[in-house]
Design a protein. Structure first.
Length: 124
């Protein structure tokens, strides 16, 4: 496997750390993590979780400031998460009898993660 440039390695590690913080935050609030970094040809879902009968597809964004992280969740990013969620549902038919929600967790140094339930929907 080809070695990533130093700036990409740093971004990759930052992403993993942010996803770990987001997952711990969700678990502390009663979510059960089903998958992390679920990859498909259409895109990737950072966290797939259950909360009761609610299946949550969660995008995690990390930036230096929480506001910058929120702005980083663009339309193209949302479309990729929705497409990956469709792939998840096709592969996990048992999850079809649940409610579905698309959340975002924002992560920034020195701040608790900010959870945005229902941040977007599949029609965007």
């Amino acid at each position: 496997m080809r070695r990533l440039p130093a700036d990409r390695q740093k971004a990759f590690r930052l992403g993993l750390t942010a996803e770990s913080r987001a997952a711990a935050y969700l678990v502390a609030r009663g979510y059960r993590i089903l998958a992390r970094r679920y990859r498909t040809r259409a895109g990737e879902i950072d966290i797939v979780a259950m909360h009761g009968r609610l299946l949550v597809f969660c995008e995690v964004k990390a930036r230096a400031r929480l506001d910058d992280a929120a702005e980083a969740v663009g339309a193209r990013n949302r479309q990729r998460v929705v497409a990956a969620a469709q792939a998840w549902l096709a592969a996990n038919r048992a999850d079809m009898n649940v409610d579905i929600r698309f959340d975002v967790v924002l992560v920034a140094p020195g701040h608790a993660p900010r959870h945005l339930p229902g941040a977007f929907d599949a029609t965007e």
